[in-house]
Design a protein around this ligand. Structure first.
Ligand code: NA7
Length: 535
């Protein structure tokens, strides 16, 4: 145990990603003592861990950045439209330096348990190194896509070559030169890394369970003029972000995909495809995410694109998804589909050729054994709940969060959960989080939570807890909103479908960040309606 750590603070924050860093900054500004625990050796969260080749954000840099400090906005220079992982990590490190954050962050330290003590009205937080710290408030800023997941296939430990998960990439990189590489998973991590690995490897075989919809990113260096322009207009832009659906300002579509001619519809899809923006595609018409028929037009159009790019007809067909566009997170890529035209790149469709096991030499499917030097797992995360339920969180009367959420997460606003006083979640299940520009959602949550705690302190109150009634109503509302969309029609990680045994419920709030913000603001204005505040 580390004896230099304090044994009691006002707030414990779990995670030093974008959420944890901003929380620390805000709590300090309120004169509170806060301690951050971080498993990694540095700040950055997602951008610290996911160092796989080709890793980039799919939201433009000038939008995917903090808005809370105008000087920070003015001084940081983004270089690319869609920055790479090293560039975003450099930004996180810059923020940590600028606000002197590291002195209150305990690195290399995972939280194992957090138990509520009703008598003291405090949380006792335990670390993997046997330290215990008590805190009045506990804020889980541990990420939505941070509990990584290996595939459930036998023999994973038997492979004699190198293995890497995209979310645990070695800091000094992986050399694929002259190597035969097998890669499992075609979500964003797979789609981004496949072209880069293919450029180096001798042979690349991709194992695909479900194809992704992917749009060419059209990434490029930012022009000086556009940076200057953005810096001059940041305030208006930030306001538009806050009011938007996805946290990225876009004109509202007014027409149905079904009310225009085929030629006009194609031209509009082509424009979205050329723009390199996922949001442009998803908002090209007003019914892409709600009408199966409208969505089918987008689906067919993208299928035609894939068929026109990929030369081998079977491979092309295997790459065409059959679920509605946007119901699994779409990807932004650089040369993804084109990569399959290279002779040394092969696609194995696991729906036709099921995966049997990992062997000493490689991967065996129902058809044959493939031999590899390196296996890359781009198999994703136990999304939204994994990082919360991996910690033994116990609220009032010793009730376990994990057990309480067995049939699916239950939160009020995605910010708190009944039975867990003074526990707050940043971008928790039941909030828009993963359906949005994450930085916009993070800042809104951090502002809301820190304002709520400031309110408690100003009123001489000490605890805050969601009521079961407010929570039930919120869970129903989240489901109700989802039921008007096509989201529940895909086996996605939004639905918990990628983790065997996980409850199938649509976890994010799909009404958009602008609508959600209004609800949160109203709750606060009504004296934190739906929460019990007490002394
Ligand atoms: P994702 O999007 O969850 O992708 C994981 C991929 O791995 C996906 O294609 C999965 O297929 C596949 N997978 C997972 N388990 C298996 C098994 N057991 N067998 C075969 N294939 C499997 O994670 P990413 O890291 O790519 O991206 C996460 C998010 O980060 C992304 O959405 C962006 O928001 C940024 P499946 O689709 O489950 O059939």
């Amino acid at each position: 145990a580390d004896r230099s750590l304090p044994t009691a603070v006002d707030v414990v924050i779990v995670g030093a990603g974008f959420a944890g860093m901003y929380l620390l900054h805000r709590f300090r500004g309120m004169g509170m003592s806060a301690l951050v625990f971080e498993a990694g050796t540095d700040v950055g969260g997602t951008w610290y861990w996911n160092r796989y080749p080709g890793a980039r954000v799919d939201v433009e840099s000038l939008s995917y950045s903090y808005s809370f400090d105008p000087d920070l906005e003015q001084e940081f220079e983004w270089r690319e439209r869609y920055p790479t992982q090293p560039e975003i990590l450099a930004y996180a490190r810059h923020v940590a330096d600028r606000f002197d954050l590291r002195r209150d962050i305990v690195f290399r330290t995972r939280i194992t348990a957090a138990h509520w003590d009703a008598d003291d009205a405090r949380w006792t937080v335990r670390t993997e190194h046997e330290n215990a710290v008590t805190a009045q408030y506990l804020v889980m800023a541990s990420g939505c896509l941070s509990a990584s997941k290996l595939p459930e296939i036998p023999g994973i430990d038997t492979f004699k070559g190198e293995t890497h998960h995209t979310a645990h990439w070695p800091h000094d990189g992986v050399d694929f030169t002259d190597k035969r590489v097998g890669l499992i998973g075609t979500g964003s991590s797979g789609v981004q890394s496949i072209p880069v690995i293919a450029a180096q490897a001798d042979e690349l075989t991709v194992f695909q369970r479900t194809p992704a919809y992917s749009l060419p990113a059209r990434n490029r260096a930012l022009r000086t003029a556009e940076i200057t322009d953005m810096k001059a207009n940041y305030r208006a832009w930030r306001q538009a972000q806050k009011e938007s659906g996805f946290g990225v300002p876009t004109p509202t579509a007014t027409r149905s995909a079904l009310e225009v001619s085929d030629a006009e519809r194609s031209a509009i899809f082509e424009q979205a495809w050329e723009s390199g923006s996922l949001v442009n595609l998803l908002t090209s018409f007003n019914d892409i995410s709600t009408s199966q028929e409208a969505n089918d037009t987008a689906k067919r159009w993208i299928h035609d694109k894939i068929m026109s790019i990929v030369k081998d007809p079977q491979t092309a067909q295997d790459l065409c998804p059959d679920y509605p566009v946007g119901t699994k997170r779409p990807c932004l890529d650089t040369d993804y589909y084109e990569t399959y035209n290279q002779d040394h790149v092969h696609l194995v469709n696991l729906q036709r050729e099921p995966l049997i096991e990992v062997t000493e030499r490689g991967i065996r499917t129902a058809a044959r054994e493939y031999e590899f030097d390196i296996i890359v797992y781009a198999t994703g995360f136990d999304a939204m709940t994994g990082a919360l339920t991996n910690v033994d969180i116990r609220g009032r009367d010793g009730v376990s969060l994990k057990e309480t959420w067995q049939a699916g997460p239950r939160t009020y606003l995605g910010l708190g959960s009944a039975g867990f006083p003074n526990l707050f979640m940043i971008t928790g299940p039941g909030s828009p989080s993963v359906l949005s520009n994450m930085v916009v959602s993070i800042e809104q949550h951090v502002d809301w939570v820190t304002d709520a705690i400031a309110h408690l302190r100003a009123q001489g109150l000490t605890t805050m807890e969601a009521t079961p009634e407010a929570q039930d109503a919120w869970v129903d509302h989240v489901n109700e909103i989802a039921s008007h969309t096509l989201y529940p029609r895909a086996n996605s990680w939004y639905m918990g479908a990628n983790v065997p045994g996980k409850a199938r419920v649509f976890m994010p709030y799909a009404a958009g960040v602008g609508e959600y913000r209004k609800v949160c603001d109203r709750v606060a204005a009504d004296g934190y309606d739906g929460f019990v505040l007490s002394a």
